[in-house]
Write a protein that binds this ligand. Structure first.
Ligand code: KDG
Ligand code: MG
Length: 402
């Protein structure tokens, strides 16, 4: 089999998605997600201008060789743009291989290790009371795990809190909107939220929280300690993780489990965190960390250090990524949990898929390939719209991490 051509498709059914479609001379095609929120066109150009011209004539079955060719061959390794582009190619090639084998992708990875993929939903509210009610709605819908984010009194906006409870979308403006941050106010509120949640729902539901890179290691250590008795499933992105050694301070001071890695692109971003057992869950995703081929390498390495997977699954990761991730999750031995933020009706129409949700679990389905396609006619109805993630400032105007 030979690759004949590849096409980049950009669509915006409420938010921007970039996809890659790879065609072969045997009539089979595969699709990959190439979406990098707020920087979509750079990946589209990387693919169109630099990768697509090199694909025609290659054997799509040589997934590893093509991965190595694109990674080593660029000379300029790593980085979100390069790795998202490589991920898209990798996802599309696994889709083709599984279609050629007439098997769902998880079979090629090694088969099922579990019957379904436990997911966590996103509950949020302006106040603790509203957030507690929202968590209750997810539990009523059958979720076993829920992430809870709440508005902070005195701050006009907070990460993870939105008016639309069903389809929260952080990229909200054609120029970055500004959020406001106070560590003192935040550290005061969050333990109260989880105290109320445990008093209301008991210890059984898995509860998660995303700090979204806003604390320093010593502040994160304190939050971890304050949350210990509420038995969190995880505390996510407590600090920005460029400084991997910073996690030692958090780790030495709290037994609250730690998750990190949604913005990591390669195994090198998490090597020290894994080797030193500084985290419990690795959040790297199929779309931003080199596709199935590289994510599998990260997960295997993580398994040596008791670290489990918890793939990023926000709405800016398209249904193509979700489909591929679910096959990976169904197979990966050291699976932890999968994030599931739910896509809108419009997005689901652009990306018909075989995965489905039942009683807190997602199932990838038995369609050959990763089970997600792109309807180009519907996609064409939604042209690209420039859209940015917000930025964050302290109350005195200092730029902070969003
Ligand atoms: O594009 C940024 C989002 O994917 C991110 O803000 C979502 O932190 C996130 C999460 O945990 O889903
Ligand atoms: Mg996050």
């Amino acid at each position: 089999m030979k690759i004949t051509e590849a096409k980049v498709i950009i669509t915006s059914p409420g938010r921007n998605f970039v996809s890659l479609k790879i065609y072969t001379d045997e009539g089979l095609y595969g699709v990959g997600d190439a979406t990098l929120n707020g920087r979509e066109l750079s990946v589209a150009s990387y693919l169109k201008d630099h990768i697509v011209p090199m694909l025609a004539g290659r054997d799509p079955h040589q997934i590893e060789d093509i991965w190595q060719f694109l990674y080593r061959g660029a000379y300029w390794r790593k980085g979100p743009v390069t790795m998202t582009a490589i991920s898209a190619v990798d996802m599309a090639l696994w889709d083709i291989k599984a279609k050629a084998a007439n098997m769902p992708l998880y079979q090629l990875l090694g088969g099922k290790s579990r019957s379904g993929v436990m997911v966590y939903g996103h509950a949020n509210g302006d106040s603790i009371e509203e957030t507690v009610d929202e968590v209750g709605k997810f539990l009523n819908d059958g979720y076993l795990a829920v992430r809870a984010q709440t508005g902070i009194p005195g701050l006009k906006s907070t990460y993870g809190v939105s008016k639309d409870k069903m389809f929260y979308e952080p990229a909200d403006s054609d120029l970055p909107s500004e959020n406001e941050w106070s560590t003192t106010k935040y550290l005061d509120s969050i333990p109260k939220l989880f105290d109320t949640l445990r008093n209301t729902y008991g210890n059984e539901p898995h509860l998660l929280h995303d700090v979204h890179h806003r604390l320093t290691p010593i502040e994160a250590a304190r939050l971890g300690k304050d949350l210990e008795s509420f038995r969190m499933f995880w505390l996510e992105d407590a600090v920005p993780a460029e400084n991997q050694a910073g996690f030692r301070t958090i780790r030495q001071n709290t037994v609250t489990p730690l998750a990190v890695g949604e913005i990591f692109n390669t195994i090198w971003d998490c090597k020290e965190l894994l080797e030193e057992q500084l985290i419990d869950y690795i959040r790297t995703s199929v779309v931003h960390a080199g596709g199935i081929t590289h994510l599998r390498r990260i997960a295997d390495f993580a398994s040596l250090f008791h670290v489990r997977t918890g793939c990023h699954g926000a709405t800016d990761l398209s249904p193509i990524c979700m489909g591929a991730a679910l096959h990976f999750d169904l197979w990966v031995p050291n699976f932890g949990i999968q994030e599931y933020m739910r896509h809108s009706e419009e997005t689901n129409a652009v990306f018909p898929h075989s995965y489905s949700f039942k009683n807190g679990y997602l199932y990838p389905g038995e369609t050959a390939g990763h089970g997600v396609d792109i309807d180009e006619k519907i996609a064409a109805k939604y042209p690209y719209k420039r859209c940015y993630l917000p930025v964050n400032r302290l109350e005195d105007g200092t730029m902070w991490n969003w």
